[in-house]
Design a protein around this ligand. Structure first.
Ligand SMILES: [Zn+2]
Length: 459
């Protein structure tokens, strides 16, 4: 099949693609209370129904899998390629200057919740498959689109789907970025705790979510202000410390910079800075020992887990990252949490063993959970074919990348993330005024059509 013909066909579908995306944006599909046949709420179910209805109108067969997800296909044989997109979104949130649930097309951009994450990419897949079908392309092995409705709340949509349906052996999700993500690091969530009855340290709070570098932390100590200020100077941190005195106690506040736990080097951890300061004070036992143990194992500014004993890296996936993200002292107990993203050369078990030893040495009991790394070899024919499609349409070089986060296909054998964000453009995913470029909506369909043809074969 002549590629220019496919590209022309897709160009001619531009108005239809914009219209379809508008219809899906007009179905708010953030998580709501579950109802009969609507495990993620009536909005998500309505959006799924509408998408399947539109696809039937385009001549596809569809299947609704218990309101969790849908299948869109033309061929009853088993698919060799599955494309996995999601129709649910996060809620609109504040700060919009456009309507979140009514598409606004302006200056070549389409605004609306889900425009880029992930309704727009789903629309591009639908019209890539439609263009091939309308041009009479006979695929050697079939392709199917799977649309989930629970990605933003933990992907239990696909957990359910997999109990009912077989996934194709090759899968990609257009729910991340180009060129292609073939490695997702393993992920550890560690909680730790220790008894810490009254001492000169009466309060300590830092961080709220385990997967972020904490931007603020605070503590209250019963010590002279002068001593506290001296310790702050000695700690020598770029985090900003503030002090206020009240009834013989000093409240210390620390302001740093937040960042996602998968890229901690871009943040400035207020909590580890505060721990460093506290470790230089005489707090009395057992707070002294616990704080110094944490300061030693998780030094301020260190993100590779060296002193925690878990440092590791390999060429394919890069270095392990570690963030001490939460610590609270409440009711005589110190509780904290750690986020680790580890390379493919390690496993949950090997990291767990090393980390629990370190935490035990610092005086803490640990509870460590995790998921293994996800990897599809960079030199597999599937990865090569997808990147070839990307290069052919965009003219850019396509190298696979490794990330610390997890995508929709994490843990699904043969799954990679392919599209649709591009470097240097902020589509405001999860934020106000989310958008996709109309040209990107169309170009994505061209990339996907070439990818389908490349992977499935046909003419
Ligand atoms: Zn998404």
């Amino acid at each position: 099949m002549d590629m220019t013909k496919i590209h022309e066909k897709i160009e001619s579908l531009r108005p239809e693609m914009i219209k379809t995306l508008g219809e899906l944006i007009a179905c708010p599909s953030y998580r709501q209370e579950a109802a009969e046949g609507a495990p993620f709420g009536k909005g998500a179910r309505k959006c799924l129904d509408r998408a399947l209805e539109i696809c039937r109108g385009l001549g596809f067969k569809t299947e609704n899998v218990d309101g969790y997800a849908g299948r869109i296909f033309t061929d009853d044989r088993e698919s060799s390629l599955g494309i996995l997109a999601h129709l649910d979104t996060v809620p609109a949130g504040d700060g919009w200057t456009k309507e979140p649930y009514k598409a606004t097309v302006e200056d070549g951009l389409i605004y609306g919740r889900g425009a880029m994450d992930d309704k727009g990419p789903a629309v591009s897949v639908i019209y890539a498959m439609y263009a091939l079908k309308e041009l009479g392309v006979k695929l050697e092995s079939p392709v199917e689109l799977i649309v989930g409705t629970g990605e933003e709340c933990g992907s239990s949509d696909m957990a359910h789907y997999m109990t009912k349906k077989k996934l194709p052996p090759q899968l990609f999700t257009p729910d991340a970025c180009y060129p292609l993500i073939n490695i997702e690091k393993g992920h550890i969530n560690a909680g730790f705790s220790a008894k810490c009855p009254s001492s000169a340290l009466s309060e300590l709070h830092g961080g709220k979510t385990v997967n972020a570098v904490p931007a603020s932390a605070s503590a209250v100590v019963r010590l002279p202000l002068e001593k506290v200020k001296k310790a702050a100077e000695k700690a020598c941190c770029t985090v900003k410390f503030g002090f206020s005195e009240e009834n013989g106690t000093v409240k210390i506040s620390a302001e740093g910079v937040s960042a996602h736990a998968s890229t901690p080097e871009t943040g400035d951890n207020a909590l580890t800075a505060l721990i460093k300061l506290l470790s230089l004070l005489e707090l009395g036992s057992p707070a002294d020992g616990l704080i110094r143990g944490l300061a030693e194992a998780f030094p301020y500014r260190e993100t590779d887990g060296l002193h925690a004993g878990v440092k590791a890296s390999d060429d394919e996936s890069g270095a392990l990252t570690l963030v001490l993200s939460i610590l609270d002292l409440e009711n005589g107990e110190m509780n904290g949490a750690i986020d680790i993203r580890f390379p493919v050369c390690e496993s949950v078990e090997t990291v767990r063993e090393k980390l629990s030893k370190t935490l035990k040495g610092a005086g803490f009991e640990a509870q460590i959970r995790g998921s293994e790394p996800h990897c599809v070899p960079a030199d597999s024919p599937f990865v090569k074919k997808l990147l070839a499609a990307y290069e052919a349409v965009t003219g850019k070089k396509g190298e696979p990348i490794a990330i610390g986060g997890g995508t929709y296909v994490h843990g699904m054998p043969g799954g990679v993330a392919f599209g649709c964000e591009v470097e240097g453009e902020d589509n405001r995913i999860h934020g106000a005024d989310e958008f996709i470029r109309v040209d990107a909506l169309v170009e994505n369909a061209k990339i996907f059509a070439e990818a389908i043809l490349g992977v499935c074969g046909g003419e």
